[in-house]
Design a protein around this ligand. Structure first.
Ligand SMILES: Cc1ncc(COP(=O)(O)O)c(C=O)c1O
Length: 365
């Protein structure tokens, strides 16, 4: 087994029982056993989002992007527009989907790493009655910034908009209360904060919204929210042959959270680990990208001048630690990302920091 510690924002370290569940004996996705596991997983997804019984969930065989594409390709009828609030790479990924499906767009763009101005958002919302859905990212992973979801949720209630939130890098690591924050649709995937594998995406949505969908308005054949919801509702199954083997780890990881660690306990662990990492890095003289609105599972940090980021990552990888290089222009600015998603504990952070310091000193010369 690999001894590498993934301090990357997905894929993540998983618990042994999650890994072992990959070896579950073969079952058919049209069997009673699958249906029971499917229903159990759906219920646990709702708990992850603090959803009440006005919500339902579906599971999509695909990466996080597939859940976002399912939502954005399914919600709009002719002439209905989306308002996109974006401030980073994953907001741009939503933009790419919106443009591909030619959905009329009100683009509320902020520079990468800038906290969205709620007054600007409100002005745009008020000026655009054609907007049906407001889309945004809960945790913009490319910077580690938490966006103002609760404020936008209140505005969506005031202006009668549907709020759709990409929670891919937040679910299971931040407290997401879909009811309190007026979120009508939330997306995520197993291979991030819940500690399962990539490729097991899921969507939690208001049931009345799911009920209102028609087959015709869904523009994608495979990623149809209408089909996924109807199959889940009528047969506790998926419309096509799903990645059955990845359903087990998703189910086990969610069970670990809900019945063992607890969601609150997991969120607190993430906060403790992020605090250790941030103190350790700043004590070594590294500058963090953000000072506020930081999520508790991704730390974006600039390496000191003279230390090449890619060389540093290579040296760390040889020593068993995997990070990410900064996205876009951040890479040129020598920024890396240190994540503490999945099964990363306090002692892992201290151990990592020790090696981090050694490599930094070696490269500083
Ligand atoms: C916020 C956010 N949205 C979407 C994605 C895309 O997820 P995937 O790579 O699983 O398709 C990511 C991946 O890191 C993400 O962080």
């Amino acid at each position: 087994m690999s001894m590498t510690k993934l301090f990357s924002p997905g894929p993540v370290m998983v618990k042994d029982n999650v890994r072992r569940s990959l070896l579950h004996y073969d079952i058919c996705h049209r069997s009673r056993e699958f249906e029971e596991m499917f229903v159990d997983t759906q219920a646990k997804i709702l708990k992850l989002f603090n959803a009440d019984d006005t919500y339902d969930s579906v599971i999509v065989s695909g990466s996080g992007t597939s859940s976002n594409e399912t939502v954005l390709s399914s919600l709009f009828c002719e002439g209905e527009a989306v308002m996109l609030i974006r401030n980073g790479m994953f907001g741009e990924r939503l933009l790419e989907i919106i443009q591909k499906y030619e959905i009329p767009l009100v683009d509320c763009e902020f520079p990468w790493g800038t906290y969205p101005d709620v007054a600007v958002i409100e002005k745009m919302m008020a000026e655009h009655p054609e907007v049906k859905v407001v889309a945004m990212v809960f945790h913009e992973t490319c910077t580690g910034m938490l966006n103002p979801v609760s404020e936008v949720g209140k505005l969506c209630a005031k202006y009668g908009k549907i709020l759709s939130v990409d929670c891919v890098s937040a679910a299971g690591g931040q407290n997401i209360d879909v009811v309190e924050n007026n979120i009508s649709i939330a997306t995520s995937v197993g291979g991030k904060c819940v500690g399962a594998y990539p490729g097991s995406a899921y969507i939690c949505a208001k049931r009345d919204l799911l009920e209102s969908l028609t087959a015709k308005q869904c523009k994608n054949v495979y990623l149809s929210l209408y089909k996924h919801y109807q199959s889940a509702k009528n047969s506790h199954q998926t419309p096509n042959t799903p990645n059955v083997n990845l359903f087990w780890p998703l189910n086990v990881a969610l069970t670990n959270i809900i019945e063992d660690e607890t969601l609150a306990g997991r969120i607190e662990r993430y906060e403790r680990c992020a605090a250790i990492i941030r103190k350790g890095l700043t004590d070594m003289g590294c500058r963090l990208l953000l000072n506020e609105h930081m999520a508790s599972m991704v730390t974006s940090v600039f390496l000191p001048a003279g230390v090449d980021a890619q060389t540093f990552l290579d040296e760390m990888e040889v020593r068993g630690y995997t990070f990410y290089i900064g996205k876009g222009d951040y890479a040129k600015q020598n920024m890396i990302q240190v994540a503490n998603m999945g099964e990363i504990y306090e002692q892992d952070c201290y151990n990592m920091l020790e090696v981090f310091g050694l490599v930094l000193n070696k490269l500083k010369g």
